[in-house]
Write a protein that binds this ligand. Sequence first.
Ligand code: NAP
Length: 246
Amino acid sequence: MFNGKIVLITGGSRGIGRACALAFAREHATVVITYAGNEEKAKETLAAIEQAGGKASAKRFDVADPKACALAVEAVVKEHGRLDVLVNNAGVAIDGLVMRFKDEDWDKTLDTNLKGAFALIRAASRPMMKQKGGAVVNLTSVVGETGNAGQAAYAASKAGIIGLTKSVARELASRNIRVNAVSPGFIGTDMTARIPEEARARMLDSVPLGRLGTAEEVAGAVLFLASDAAAYITGEVLKVNGGMYM
Ligand code: NAP
């Protein structure tokens, strides 16, 4: 499905990003994963991709740094000659009640989750325009659609992703660049592993399908939106949430 395509996945070393990396590689894409600092996990993911017969490399940079984002896209295009798919997946969740929330935690959340996606789209739009096509898939969250007590910064960043997705989809549609978002619910990754048991049980009560989603189930939606099967879909927010929010 992605033969000869170059796919850049931020935060592709762990969780949902890792599942996306493996799924794209299985469909014969050349994958570039990025990560913030956990080199061991990145190496492990690269080894898993190679073991499955895929091609992949890794880049380490902070997506909150727009210059680093621009340089990373430039390097991918220099190495591979093109960039077909950008998956803005890297993200952090810093929780806390708004009255005690620190400015630096607000900035870190917004800079990583929202400004990072913006900076990478800005950098990727040039080569995608030149090659007359491309696909961007941004990871938002059910929390960006509904809000959540104790997650004001995270929810704001993810709601921002939806506005960013729809605006850029309109802006780049005439250049044959599609921009969509996937909105996961409660998915079993490191990000949700630290949720206390009681809160976890309460969250599961609100999921009609009665279980956590898997990173692979989210990756399936990302792959679909990036593929030609979704050639007439842009500006969409695809929910992968077990019915948690309809
Ligand atoms: P995760 O397991 O915590 O993995 C996060 C990934 O992002 C890692 O590869 C990490 O790199 C990278 N990363 C974090 N901060 C970064 C930074 N400043 N610069 C570059 N890379 C950075 O996350 P996940 O649960 O798979 O979530 C992936 C995406 O889905 C996020 O955008 C998240 O908000 C969204 N989402 C998740 C859920 C869920 O239930 N898990 C639900 C809705 C939405 P290192 O390993 O080097 O730290």
